[in-house]
Design a protein around this ligand. Structure first.
Ligand SMILES: [Zn+2]
Length: 506
């Protein structure tokens, strides 16, 4: 998980987007894709007894996100509805909620759904992308005809989905890049969250039930549906109707019957509760085929692909809202990599550009960025990236190149936890501090000894950096793990001008 950063200036009303998960595995994937994790907002004074949500606060691309997970072991539509309404009460500016997690896929001739793919609830004629198929009028045949139209996602989300759909048609790698980045930063997650291998993605014929045991060793091979192998493991996104009900579908024939009747792409158990009360979008990573066969291997990876899609959506929803602190420029979004390259080549070229950044060789960094090298490739031992090096050496041009190519300004080195902003402030490179902030660097993030970038600027007597940081909302009263504020550190080192500035600002 990203390091917890003090965020004294944020309040409940600064959180406008909610993200709800039902399972701990989904919650872990969600927290892992956040750019930064915040402390709870300063005015989240108490939680009513009926609010059982566990909250985590953070940001993606400059947007503040509040994450919640349903209480352990309690799922279903009513619980999700309760969680959403509690969240809406606690966070008065909330206008959009994402429900992100796993679901059972409904493959058909028209939708070649595979494990790890993502299904997104998209509104269509007469429906809002989610259908509660066990709720409505019961006809003379005993079948339920669903009634009512649930709440649609906001227009900016729909526009972003359309833009992403086009982008995914043209290039591969958007989701696998996000997943790979998370797993390379958090090796511990690899066992549970990495792609389990296409050979474990088995679809049995709908009418063939599971034989016995905790796996499908006894199930007949001749009942496996033959499907063409895919060229890559990049998840495919399917847009359409998600079926939501309090009962989990675990039967191939029921799956087929409901598919034929409603054209459902995926089954899950929470979305209908949310959609009813709030504009929201449901994003489901496919972890099984809603039949009786046993396959637990895909839950982690499917949680991760769903979280990766949610992150890409948040990044694609146009300019992020301004920070609550007085920041003048909007956060700039990095451009997408120029071309899609094979992930191994991308990593290999990433290592070369990392080396070039360490040697302060802008020309070589540019060459490997243009070839599609990953600007976020980190040194295996120390976890430092090219952006750390350019922030340390004060190279403005290379820093800008890296940021334009999508380098993450909030990446933390492995042991020191230092971010590029921390390095630039520590070494006194004001222009780089400025650039990093423009690209969404978290001003509240802390590195070694719990110090913020402002602590570093003050301790090392870098007045220009201190001014820029304060102007952009850095907290002068933030306290490091030794109990020192930035002013204390400036006084200790007798940096007169910084002392005067910080006192004047106070
Ligand atoms: Zn089976």
């Amino acid at each position: 998980m990203p390091a917890q950063a003090p965020s004294p200036s944020l309040q409940c009303s600064d959180y406008k987007i909610g993200w709800i998960c039902a399972l701990p595995v989904e919650y872990a994937a969600a927290a892992a894709v956040l750019d930064a994790i915040h402390n709870p907002p300063s005015d989240l004074a108490w939680q009513p007894k009926c609010d059982h949500n566990q909250y985590t606060f953070g940001q993606v691309g400059g947007r503040n996100i509040v994450l919640a997970v349903l209480p352990a072991g309690i799922y279903g539509i009513a619980q999700a509805a309760l969680a959403t309404s509690m969240m809406a009460k606690a966070f008065p500016s909330l206008y959009f909620v994402l429900m992100v997690g796993v679901g059972g896929g409904v493959p058909s001739e028209t939708h070649d759904i595979r494990l790890g793919d993502v299904v997104v609830s998209r509104p269509g004629a007469g429906q809002a992308g989610v259908l509660q198929y066990d709720f409505g009028k019961i006809g003379i045949d005993g079948e339920v005809t669903p009634t009512g139209v649930l709440n649609k996602p906001p227009p900016e989300a729909l526009t972003a989905i359309a833009a992403m759909e086009m982008r995914y048609m043209m290039e591969d790698g958007s989701l696998t890049d996000i997943v790979d980045t998370v797993l390379s930063k958090r090796p511990k997650m690899r066992t549970k969250f990495a792609h389990p291998g296409v050979n474990t993605d088995i679809l049995y014929r709908a009418e063939y039930n599971h034989v016995r045991g905790n796996d499908c060793r006894s199930c007949a091979e001749k009942m496996i549906e033959i499907r063409d192998p895919r060229e890559t493991t990049e998840p495919v996104i399917h847009y359409g109707l998600i079926g939501s009900a309090n009962q989990v579908v675990k039967d191939g024939m029921t799956r087929e019957r409901l598919r034929k009747k409603h054209n459902i792409l995926c089954f899950e158990m929470e979305a209908a509760g949310m959609m009813d009360s709030f504009p929201c979008l449901v994003i489901r990573g496919i972890c099984d085929y809603a039949d009786s066969h046993k396959n637990k291997a895909w839950q982690g990876y499917a949680s991760m692909t769903a979280a990766a899609y949610a992150k890409d959506l948040l990044l694609s929803m146009g300019a992020a809202e301004p920070r609550p602190s007085p920041q003048k420029q909007p956060v700039r979004r990095p451009q997408r990599p120029q071309r899609s390259v094979d992930p191994r080549t991308r990593e290999d070229y990433g290592k070369k550009l990392l080396q070039a950044a360490e040697n302060d060789n802008m020309a070589v960094v540019r060459i490997f960025l243009e070839k599609g090298g990953d600007p976020n490739t980190a040194d295996k031992r120390w976890g430092v990236t090219a952006l750390h090096y350019t922030a340390q050496s004060g190279h403005n041009g290379t820093t800008r190149l890296l940021l334009l190519a999508g380098a993450n300004p909030n990446v933390q080195a492995k042991f020191s936890k230092n971010t590029p902003l921390f390095e630039a402030a520590s070494h006194g490179y004001e222009k780089i501090v400025q650039q990093l902030l423009e690209y969404g660097a978290d001003i509240t993030g802390s590195g070694k000894r719990g110090r913020t970038a402002l602590h570093e600027a003050a301790a090392n007597g870098h007045l220009a950096c201190a001014i820029t940081l304060v102007k952009n909302g850095a907290d002068r009263f933030s306290i490091d793990s030794d109990g020192c504020m930035p002013l204390d550190l400036a006084e200790k080192a007798e940096h007169e001008k910084v002392i005067q500035f910080l006192k004047k600002e106070a």
